[in-house]
Design a protein around this ligand. Structure first.
Ligand code: FAD
Ligand code: NAD
Length: 465
């Protein structure tokens, strides 16, 4: 096969890699992208998008079940709802299929050459790709490593048979009667709640003494309340030991050595993800590491000239929007523009019920940095739109510097509030003061009014509480 030469080679077509390649193509850079699975990576195929589709379907189903049980205050009635999970999954596959085709189309439109196969470095400028039709050698001036991450496997619970990862959970065609979830983080809670709504008896086993350790307890408390209402059992401070001898149950140990036996039809292990730093010839290079991740600087440059890295392979937070922003920046740098990572904050959103959003510093984080702060919090119970949506649980909280009122962070918990992350992100990124947020007219009736009210509260004069 004839060798390809190009200015930019991107390895991995997840959000980091494909965005980098599209932007590079738009900038007129001669670009090749190599992907061994499908365009879109984890996010579009087995991560963000399919999980949000299933969460949405589970939500609709749970609402219909509640109506059938006469638990609907609005007077809506329904009869005997059932869910055909195989059909739900093919609906979800339709969405991911359209999106991955869309990504391939965008790459082509930008003039990017797509090579399908596993890439392996030969040296700092040369990569060999195992394709279906043989080996393709690619020489490039610049190379971006965007190989992403994969689920962490526990040695005592290897994936296979009834032990599944998020990928397995997102392709189940029947709702398991009893689902044990190991790990009460992002995936465990998003999917654990979804499967509870679909009718599974869910037990969450978390090693720490709290769920969602990334967020403070004020934010996670409404989620804990909802878990209880859904009948989800949450075992905190509990360590898994493996399967029972007959393979029917998950064995675990609670704090004081108390043995737990959790009967389960499926065991979903969600104890984190690990960067893909093997399998692509790292041994042929001299790349510095930052713990388990590839070390990068503020321009996503690795320790080798002409080799960049973006996305999950480069560190926390392992989120699609961070990967995309890094990818876009690297394309601009390769095109000769002056750029470096200067983001004030990366929003995090947990698609639990209710949803949690955080941008910038929480009150505890700000205090830990020795800052004098003002905090304003406004409950959705006092927000008219939230009432009309039966979504009164939760609040918006604004954290600002006490001296000049610069907004340092914004957090919220509430139904459907993931969309508020845009307003929160903009405020922090643009260096808004409390007066800017309070002085912006927020349309009525919307949940976003709680944002302005939280700023008013921090200024000492909330209007609606
Ligand atoms: P990836 O998306 O992992 O893509 C890497 C690509 O590289 C893969 O396609 C892989 O096949 C390819 N590759 C690897 N090695 C090679 C090689 N040698 N040759 C060729 N190709 C190779 N993030 C959010 O921001 N919001 C969410 O709601 C969210 N939900 C999630 C839900 C789940 C269930 C999971 C698992 C993850 C979720 N994430 C979410 C995380 C998000 O998916 C990742 O942060 C994001 O996909 C990282 O993008 P990336 O480009 O770094 O890597
Ligand atoms: P996570 O890091 O969010 O949570 C893992 C949880 O497992 C933690 O609470 C941890 O204490 C617990 N744990 C670790 N070892 C354990 C053990 N042996 N027994 C019991 N509990 C144990 O990891 P995740 O849920 O697998 O998600 C991986 C990553 O994917 C996230 O960190 C995030 O970057 C990304 N993600 C993001 C979203 C989103 O943005 N909405 C959604 C899903 C995934």
């Amino acid at each position: 096969m004839k060798e390809i030469t190009c200015k930019l080679l991107v390895i991995g077509a997840g959000p980091g890699g494909y965005v980098c390649a599209i932007r590079a193509g738009q900038l007129g850079i001669d670009t090749v992208i190599v992907e061994m699975a499908k365009p879109g990576g984890t996010c579009l195929n087995i991560g963000c998008i399919p999980s949000k589709a299933i969460i949405h379907a589970a939500d609709d189903f749970a609402k219909t079940v509640a109506m059938a049980a006469g638990k609907n205050a609005m007077g809506i009635k329904a009869d005997n709802p059932v869910i055909d999970l195989a059909k739900t999954m093919s609906w979800k596959d339709g969405i991911t299929g359209r999106l991955t085709l869309g990504v391939a189309g965008l790459l082509k439109k930008a003039g990017v050459k797509i090579v399908v196969g596993r890439a392996k470095f030969r040296d700092g400028k040369t990569v060999a790709v195992e394709t279906e039709t043989g080996e393709q050698v690619i020489r490039a001036e610049n190379i971006v490593i965007a190989t992403g991450s994969v689920p962490v496997e526990l040695p005592m619970l290897p994936f296979g048979a009834k032990v599944i990862s998020s990928t397995g959970a997102l392709s189940l065609t029947e709702v398991p009667q009893r689902l044990a979830v190991v790990g009460g983080g992002y995936i465990g809670l998003e999917l654990g709640i979804a499967f509870a709504k679909l009718g599974a008896k869910v037990t969450i086993v978390e090693a720490l003494d709290r769920i969602l350790p990334l967020y403070d307890t004020q934010l996670t408390q409404p989620v804990a309340k909802r878990l209880a209402a859904l009948g989800v059992e949450v075992l905190l401070g509990t360590k898994v030991k493996g399967l029972s001898s007959n393979g029917e149950a998950l064995m675990a140990e609670a704090g004081a050595g108390e043995e737990k036996r959790i009967a389960a039809d499926k065991i979903l292990v969600t104890v984190g993800r690990k960067p893909v730093t093997e399998g692509w010839g790292r041994e042929e290079l001299e790349l510095d590491m930052d713990g388990r991740f590839l070390k990068i600087d503020e321009q996503c440059r690795t320790s080798m000239r002409g080799i960049y890295a973006v996305g999950d392979v480069t560190g926390e937070p392992m989120l699609a929007h961070r990967a995309m922003a890094q990818g876009e920046m690297v394309a601009e740098i390769v095109s000769g523009k002056r750029h470096s990572w200067d983001k004030r904050a990366i929003p995090t959103v947990c698609f639990t019920d209710p949803e949690i959003v955080s941008v910038g510093l929480s009150p505890d984080e700000a205090k830990a940095q020795g800052r004098e702060i003002k905090v304003g919090q406004f409950p959705f119970a006092a927000n008219g739109r939230a009432m009309t949506l039966s979504a009164e649980e939760g609040f918006v909280r604004v954290v600002a510097r006490a001296d000049n009122h610069l907004v340092l962070g914004i957090q919220a918990v509430g139904a459907g509030i993931s969309e508020l992350s845009a307003a929160f992100g903009l405020a922090v990124e643009m260096g808004a003061r409390l007066q800017d947020v309070a002085g912006t007219i927020h349309a009525h009736p919307t949940q976003s009014e709680a944002f302005a009210e939280a700023a008013f509260k921090a200024l000492g004069h909330a209007l609606h509480i």
